[in-house]
Design a protein around this ligand. Structure first.
Ligand SMILES: NC(=O)c1ccc[n+]([C@@H]2O[C@H](COP(=O)([O-])OP(=O)(O)OC[C@H]3O[C@@H](n4cnc5c(N)ncnc54)[C@H](O)[C@@H]3O)[C@@H](O)[C@H]2O)c1
Length: 268
């Protein structure tokens, strides 16, 4: 099979770690030329790894929640590669777990800026360029199972991710007749920089077997498993998928929290 992103140019934010870095390596392996953005200098290490594997990437240290920085990512794609086909607004922060009664306006504002305003800015700038070029395109945002219902993150985080799920629906409609598709991925617990404290804590307590056991696959995801879904949405393999939020959570969100009926057991 030929490379799935051959001839395409893609922007990925949050590319310095976790799902973003795994997606950068996967997209490059499938032939994409990349513009990588992250607020940390780790984005340069991702670009180095892409180049080491024979791919092409330019790295920019930017804030994905600032309009001028998002515009710069889009402009860089056009300057370096002459086109933009895929934009993956993946950068995110978890914020704190304080209740809605204890959290602050400042904490909420920062989470919304990165997790909700950031993806909107990417859709605004990348979507405009893609629509003007008339060649279609794919915009992907990273939401979360936390955006589907409560219980998987702090209040601001959950609200920001729910907002992004609605944003892809609205955007898909507003980009009607452009052949630009907009979709969200909703990861469940994935082993990345964001969740390192959870994994470190479990290791320290000797309870790593408990991680992810609430989903039927009974494990956490690896970032490469999310990158595979991002690749599908970026590629023409998903040419008729639009305005959707796809849960990639081992089945976690497929059930209410009930006692599970296992094979060979009778329901009680
Ligand atoms: N890890 C999980 O369990 C999980 C679950 C659901 C959703 N997500 C989402 O996945 C996405 C990727 O996170 P991850 O799990 O790979 O975590 P991660 O911390 O490993 O990677 C996130 C990257 O985003 C960057 N970043 C944060 N704020 C930024 C900003 N303002 N501008 C530019 N870059 C910024 C960070 O520097 C980091 O490199 C996030 O949107 C997160 O909310 C993660």
């Amino acid at each position: 099979m030929s490379e799935q992103l051959s001839g395409k140019t893609a922007i990925i934010t949050g590319a310095g770690s976790g799902i973003g870095r795994a997606s950068a390596l996967r997209f490059a392996a499938e032939g994409a030329r990349l513009v990588l953005g992250d607020k940390t200098e780790a984005v340069h290490e991702t670009a180095r790894r892409v180049a080491e594997a024979g791919g092409q990437a330019v790295a920019l240290q930017v804030n994905a929640g600032v309009e001028a920085d998002v515009a710069k990512l889009v402009a860089t794609a056009l300057e370096r590669y002459g086109q933009l086909d895929v934009a993956f607004a993946n950068a995110g922060i978890s914020g704190d777990m304080a209740s809605i009664f204890e959290t602050t306006t400042e904490a909420w504002t920062e989470v919304l800026r990165v997790n909700l305003i950031g993806p909107w800015l990417m859709i605004k700038h990348a979507g405009q360029v893609m629509a003007d070029a008339g060649r279609g395109g794919s915009i992907i945002v990273t939401a979360s199972v936390a955006g589907i219902r409560s219980g998987a993150g702090g209040p601001a985080y959950s609200a920001s991710k729910a907002g992004v799920i609605n944003l892809v629906m609205v955007s898909a409609q507003q980009l009607s007749d452009t052949q630009v598709r907009v979709n969200a991925i909703c990861p469940g617990l994935t082993e990345t920089g964001m969740t390192k404290p959870t994994f470190d804590y479990a290791t320290e307590k000797g309870v790593t077997h408990k991680i992810g056991r609430l989903n039927p696959l009974r494990r956490a995801a690896q970032p490469e498993e999310l990158a595979n879904v991002a690749l599908f949405l970026a590629s023409d393999q998903s040419s008729y998928v639009n305005g959707q939020a796809i849960a990639v959570d081992g089945g976690l969100s497929s059930s209410h929290p009930v006692t599970r009926q296992l094979r060979g057991q009778t329901a009680v």
